[in-house]
Design a protein around this ligand. Structure first.
Ligand code: PLP
Length: 747
C-alpha cells in the first residue's frame, strides 16, 4: 500500500533536479483536482458536461499555440514527450518509406535524449526501412556539427535535433541549423525535441520549418502523463493510436482532461506578463551565479562541463576530480539536496554519453553531476540551496574528500584505524595509528589520488605501500610511487617490502610478513601484531570473504595453498580480522572464526578433516567451475545467506530503540551521516545513534567497537546497503541485527 508522505514529518528537501521532473505547482494541482472532481466531462459527450470539457480542451490547444508561437499547424495532446516522439517518427518514416535514395540515413544529434535514437532505431527496423543510423557529432561546447549535416542531410529520411539539452542545458542555434538543413534538403522531415525549452526559451515555431516538436508537461510543473506535439501544417501524419476517433481521429482514446486542464493553467501563467510565478531571465541568471558561487566555495577545483553563455540558466553540470558522482549524489541526498548524476532520465548510466560526445575528459564524464531548477524557483529556495551546499564544506573536509586547512576535530580522526577502499571488484586497505603512521596494503592505481588526499590532508606518515602478490592486472610498484608523488625508497622488493627487514613498526603495532603461496608463487600475507597477537591479517587473494583464491593461474599451486592455510591457522586467533584484496561477496568484514564457518573447504583444512591430496582435488574442481565466471577472476565465493534477515519498518525500529535500547546503526558514509543529523530527524537520543560506514565495519570489528550481544537496527538511504551490512554482522555472530526496510527514503 502506498502511504502518502506527511510533508510536516518529512525532511525538508531542496529539489534541484527539475530537468528530470518537477513538483506540480499548487495552482496547477488545484485545477487538475477540480477537473477530476467537478469539470470531469468526456469531451466527446454531447451534453453540457461534455461540452464544457471540450471547451476546456480547445481553449488549451489555442493557448499551447500561443505559448510556442504556432499561428498555423496542429497541436495534439499526448501522454508525454516520448509518445510525441513516436508519433512524429512513425509519421515521418511511413511517409518516406518508398524513397529512391540509394543509401538512406536517419540523422540525430549525438546528445539527444535516448528516447530519440532508440525510437528511430526501433521503427527503422519494425517498418523494414533499414536506413543507416547516423549520429551528428557535437563540438566540445555541445553544438551540432553543421558541416557534417550539410554533407549528409541530402540522403536523410529524417533529421532529429533538440532545442535544449537535458543534461547540460546547451541550446542549439535553431535558426542557423534550419539554414543548413534546408539549404541541403528542403523537404526532409525535421523533428526538434523541445522538452527542455518550454518556459526557458522563446519559441516562434511557425516562423521555422520544424515539422514536429514534442513537449512534456511534467518538466514544467504540470502532472506526469500529459504532453503535446506540434505538427507543422501539411507535414505527414499517421495516427499512432487508433480507436474511437478522438482528437479528430489523430490520436484515439479518451483525452486526459485533468492533464489538459493542468496545461491550460500552465500556459496561462506563461502568457500572463503580470504573474509572478515564472522569473525573468535576469533573475534566473542570478540564481545560477549564486549556485555556482556556493559550489565553488565547497569544491575549489570544480569544473563546469558546459559553457554558461550557450546554456539555459536553469541547468548546471559539473564535475570534481577524485570525487565520484555517486559520492556527491549520496552526500547531497543526505543533506536533503536532490541532484542527479549525469542524466536521471536514462537510468543506470555510470557516465554521461552527452559529455562523452562533447569529448570532455573521462573523469568529467564519470563524475558529472547535474543540478537543475525550474523557472518558477524562488529566491528563498535558492538561498536555502546555497546555504545547504555551503554547509557541506566541513562535512567534506572531515571525510577527507577535499583537502582543507581547517582543523575540524573529525578531520583529525577520520582515517584512524582500518579503512577499506574498493574499486570495481578489488579492495585496498589503509591502516592508520593514533600516532598518524600509515600503511597502504594492495594499492589500487585508480584510488591512489584519493588515498594520497587522505594521507596529505591529515599529515600522515606513510610507512609502507605493500602488495600481497603480483596481481595479474597490476602496474609495477614504481608507477604507484610516482602517481602518489613520492620517491620510491631504493631497497624495496617487488612487493614493496624493505629488504633485510623482518618487521615494520607502525605506531605501537608491528607488521610482519609471512610467505603464503598458492594463488601466486610469490604471495605473502601481512600480519598486524598487537604485542603477540595477530589483530589483522592482510591475506590478499589467498582467502577471500566466503571463498579461497583461484589456484589455476600459471603460477598457482593448490598444494602450496594447503600449506599456506595451515601455516596461517597456526598464527591467527579466532577474532583476527581478515583483509582480502577482493570482496566479491560484498561481505566487508570477516574474521578467522566466521570465515571458517562459511567456508567448508577452509574449515576442513584447518581442522585437518581432509589431507593435501583431497584439498587439491576439491580445489581444482571448484576452480574449474569458476573458469567461466570472469567477474570472479581471482577466486570463488559463497554469498552470505539471507534467509534469516529480519527487516523492520521505521516505526517498529524506532520502538525497538526507545523500548529495548537498540542502537541505530547508520552504515552510510561518514559524510552522508554528518550531513543528515539522524538523531534530530528521528527524534531519538544522540547516544542511540552510531555511524559505521560499510568500509569501516572491519575497523569496528577488530577494535571491538560493536558488541555481538547488543541489538542493532541498521539504516541507510534505501535499505540496500544496510541489508548487506546486516548479513555481514550476522556472519560475524551478531544475533540481534535488523534492517530498516526502505531506509531513510521512506521517512
Ligand atoms: N526529451 C528530453 C530532452 C527529455 O529531457 C525527456 C525527459 O526526460 C524526454 C524527451 C522524455 O519525456 P517524457 O518523460 O515526457 O516522455
Amino acid at each position: 500500500m502506498f502511504t502518502p508522505i506527511d510533508p510536516h514529518l518529512h525532511q525538508p528537501q531542496v529539489y534541484l533536479d527539475a530537468n528530470a521532473t518537477t513538483a506540480v505547482l499548487p495552482e496547477i494541482a488545484d485545477i487538475v483536482s477540480h477537473t477530476m472532481q467537478v469539470c470531469f466531462g468526456n469531451p466527446s459527450s454531447s451534453h453540457i458536461t461534455g461540452i464544457k470539457a471540450k471547451h476546456l480542451m480547445e481553449e488549451t490547444r489555442q493557448l499551447a499555440k500561443q505559448v510556442i508561437g504556432a499561428q498555423t499547424g496542429h497541436i495534439l495532446f499526448t501522454s508525454g514527450a516520448t509518445e510525441g516522439i513516436q508519433t512524429a517518427i512513425v509519421s515521418a518514416l511511413l511517409a518516406i518509406k518508398e524513397h529512391d535514395i540509394a543509401e538512406p540515413i536517419l540523422m540525430y544529434g549525438a546528445t539527444e535524449h535516448k528516447a530519440v535514437p532508440n525510437t528511430l532505431a526501433h521503427w527503422n527496423s519494425v517498418l523494414g526501412i533499414n536506413a543507416t543510423m547516423m549520429a551528428i557529432s557535437v563540438d566540445q561546447d555541445g553544438l551540432l556539427d553543421h558541416d557534417f549535416i550539410a554533407e549528409h542531410v541530402g540522403q536523410a529520411l529524417m533529421i532529429c535535433t533538440m532545442a535544449v539539452n537535458n543534461e547540460t542545458g546547451v541550446c542549439q542555434d535553431l535558426a542557423l541549423l534550419e539554414q543548413v538543413i534546408r539549404a541541403n534538403n528542403p523537404s526532409v522531415a525535421w523533428m526538434v525535441d523541445c522538452v527542455q525549452a518550454l518556459g526557458k526559451l522563446d519559441l516562434a515555431i511557425s516562423e521555422t520549418t520544424i515539422d514536429y516538436a514534442p513537449f512534456s508537461g511534467h518538466k514544467l510543473y504540470a502532472p506526469k502523463g500529459i504532453g503535446f506535439l506540434y505538427i507543422r501544417e501539411h507535414s505527414p501524419y499517421t495516427p499512432f493510436i487508433a480507436g474511437g476517433g478522438q482528437e479528430s481521429g489523430m490520436r484515439s482514446g479518451t483525452e486526459n482532461l485533468p492533464g489538459i486542464a493542468g496545461l491550460n493553467r500552465l500556459f496561462s501563467l506563461l502568457i500572463d506578463p503580470q504573474q509572478s510565478v515564472f522569473k525573468p531571465h535576469q533573475q534566473l541568471h542570478s540564481y545560477r551565479e549564486q549556485l555556482e558561487k556556493a559550489l565553488r566555495s565547497v569544491f575549489p577545483k570544480i569544473v563546469f562541463n558546459h559553457r554558461f553563455d550557450l546554456s539555459v540558466p536553469t541547468t548546471l553540470n559539473f564535475a570534481v576530480k577524485n570525487i565520484s558522482s555517486k559520492e556527491i549524489m549520496d552526500l547531497f541526498d543526505a543533506a536533503g539536496i536532490r541532484v542527479s548524476a549525469g542524466s536521471a532520465c536514462s537510468s543506470g548510466a555510470s557516465r554521461s554519453y552527452v559529455l562523452d560526445a562533447m569529448s570532455v575528459d573521462n573523469w568529467q564524464s564519470e563524475n558529472a553531476i547535474r543540478l537543475s531548477f525550474g523557472p518558477a524557483a524562488t529566491q528563498v529556495e535558492i538561498d536555502e540551496a546555497c546555504k545547504r551546499i555551503t554547509q557541506l564544506k566541513s562535512v567534506l573536509a572531515s571525510a577527507c574528500l577535499v583537502i582543507s586547512d581547517s582543523q575540524v576535530t573529525e578531520q583529525e580522526v577520520c582515517a584512524l584505524g582500518l579503512s577499506q577502499y574498493k574499486h570495481q571488484g578489488a579492495c585496498c586497505w589503509l591502516f592508520v595509528t593514533d600516532e598518524k603512521e600509515a600503511v597502504i596494503i594492495d594499492p589500487i592505481i585508480e584510488l591512489l589520488p584519493r588515498l594520497m588526499n587522505v594521507i596529505q590532508g591529515q599529515k600522515l606518515t606513510l610507512k609502507a605501500m605493500l602488495a600481497t602478490h603480483q596481481h595479474a592486472h597490476d602496474e609495477p610498484l614504481a608507477s604507484y610511487y610516482s602517481l602518489a608523488g613520492l620517491t620510491q625508497p631504493d631497497n624495496l622488493d617487488l612487493l614493496g617490502w624493505p629488504n633485510q627487514i623482518d618487521d615494520i613498526q607502525i605506531g605501537r603495532y608491528q607488521l610482519m610478513r609471512i610467505s603464503t603461496p598458492g594463488h601466486n608463487e610469490n604471495s605473502v600475507s601481512y600480519l598486524l601484531m598487537d604485542q603477540d597477537k595477530v589483530v589483522i591479517c592482510f591475506c590478499g587473494d589467498l582467502i577471500l570473504p566466503g571463498g579461497l583464491g583461484r589456484t589455476n593461474l600459471d603460477d598457482s599451486d593448490p598444494a602450496q595453498m594447503y600449506d599456506s592455510l595451515l601455516s596461517l591457522s597456526q598464527r591467527l586467533s579466532s577474532d583476527s580480522v581478515l583483509c582480502s584484496s577482493h570482496d566479491y561477496a560484498q561481505s566487508f568484514a570477516i574474521d578467522w572464526h566466521s570465515q571458517q564457518a562459511i567456508n567448508p573447504l577452509l574449515n576442513h583444512v584447518v581442522t585437518q578433516q581432509i589431507d593435501k591430496q583431497e584439498f587439491i582435488k576439491q580445489k581444482q574442481a571448484s576452480d574449474q567451475s569458476l573458469a567461466a565466471q570472469v567477474e570472479y577472476f581471482c577466486g570463488a565465493v559463497v554469498s552470505p545467506a539471507s534467509h534469516s534477515l529480519v527487516e523492520k519498518s521505521l516505526p517498529a525500529a524506532l520502538s525497538l530503540i526507545a523500548e529495548e535500547g537498540a542502537i541505530l546503526l547508520d552504515i552510510r558514509e561518514s559524510y552522508e551521516h554528518s550531513a543528515s543529523q539522524l538523531a534530530t530527524l528521528l527524534n531519538i537520543n544522540e547516544q542511540h545513534v552510531r555511524n559505521v560506514p560499510l568500509n569501516r565495519i572491519s575497523d569496528a570489528i577488530w577494535q571491538k567497537r560493536l558488541d555481538p550481544k547488543q541489538s542493532y537496527v541498521l539504516i541507510c538511504r534505501s535499505g540496500n546497503r544496510s541489508r548487506q551490512a546486516c548479513l555481514n554482522l550476522q556472519q560475524l555472530g551478531f544475533e540481534q541485527v535488523y534492517n530498516i526496510r526502505g531506509g531513510l527514503a521512506l521517512l
